[in-house]
Design a protein around this ligand. Structure first.
Ligand code: NAP
Length: 278
């Protein structure tokens, strides 16, 4: 009698020791009483291709991909989802028949599910969204806002050229706002999203004047360390509803877990507490 194989999944990056993903997936596997392993693997760019080609032979059914491999992995994939292709990066791989690599990006799903779970009264179609930052994570957020019919997306970035590239890549619903004058338009947006790395522990805070911010605007931060950034704190002090970035991290993992292990895990306070205790 042959025993069913135990599914293996890894997160590949370098450095990788800080990753919360093994704890997250390990907790879900335990809670659901499922067989499977999820491990961190430190992989250099030079070794990435060889590692990926060998993983399916070793029983791996998929992988998460993190810095510095999220863009490069697209060139190694056999099949790429539309959204990963548009974003230009992948964070979730599945190994298919013959070890073929399917690359997807679930960051945008994570962003939107976090909003849905914590601010069910926010209506995407109601008005403009504003993004601070035009890096890799911003691209995933923009994709999810477009897919959810947000009518206009205003984007501002220290390096203006990067924001202008978004208009080329994502179309006319995008509008670039000058970084120096970003605070002037805050009164007109339904959601304000920090997609810069400012405010993250070890980085300077995001110093944007919130005088014009409307109390009804939903404010969210992709940064989750600290959980409440100075930016979120200032928005909360203005009376705005705020959402931290930890939920996005957890929700982006749901799609991968379901694909690899076959069950959709719950996102609840317990999993947040587990990650925060680390
Ligand atoms: P990235 O590609 O390196 O982009 C960094 C962004 O921050 C750029 O817009 C950059 O502007 C801006 N920035 C950095 N230092 C700045 C400064 N001193 N002044 C003004 N702007 C500055 O990074 P990313 O992958 O998009 O990630 C951005 C943040 O989101 C990180 O903190 C990351 O941890 C977080 N994140 C969270 C999740 C989640 O699940 N919650 C998922 C993905 C990312 P320039 O273009 O001018 O350099």
């Amino acid at each position: 009698m042959t025993m069913p194989k135990i599914p293996l999944v890894a997160v590949l990056g370098s450095p990788i020791a800080h990753s919360k993903s093994p704890l997250l997936h390990g907790f879900w596997l335990d809670r659901l009483g499922m067989k499977g392993y999820y491990i961190p693997v430190d992989v250099t760019p030079a070794d990435l291709e060889e590692v990926l080609r060998n993983m399916p032979k070793m029983g791996f059914v998929g992988a998460n991909i993190t810095l510095p491999h999220k863009e490069r992995v697209l060139s190694l994939a056999d099949r790429i989802s539309d959204r990963a292709s548009k974003i230009g990066a992948a964070n979730t791989l599945s190994f298919e028949e013959g070890g073929k690599i399917y690359a997807d990006n679930t960051d945008g799903i994570g962003f939107m599910e976090n909003i849905r779970q914590n601010a069910s009264n926010w209506i995407p179609q109601k008005g403009p969204a504003m993004l601070l930052g035009a890096g890799g994570a911003s691209r995933a957020v923009v994709m999810s806002l477009l897919e959810n019919d947000v009518p206009e997306i205003w984007i501002t970035n220290r390096t203006k050229l990067r924001a202008e590239q978004f208009v080329t890549d994502f179309g006319a619903r995008l509008k670039v706002i000058d970084w120096a004058h970003a605070d002037q338009v805050l009164g007109d947006v339904t959601i304000l999203i920090n997609c810069t790395s400012l405010g993250m522990s070890g980085n300077p805070p995001l110093n944007i004047i919130l005088d014009k911010l409307n109390r009804k605007t939903l404010v969210t931060d992709l940064v989750y360390n600290p959980l409440e950034t100075p930016f979120l704190r200032a928005a909360r002090d203005k009376g705005c509803d705020t959402i931290d970035g930890l939920g996005m991290l957890i929700h982006q993992a749901v799609a991968g877990f379901e694909r690899w292990f076959g069950v959709k895990p719950e996102v609840d306070q317990e999993i947040r507490d587990v990650l925060l205790k680390k």
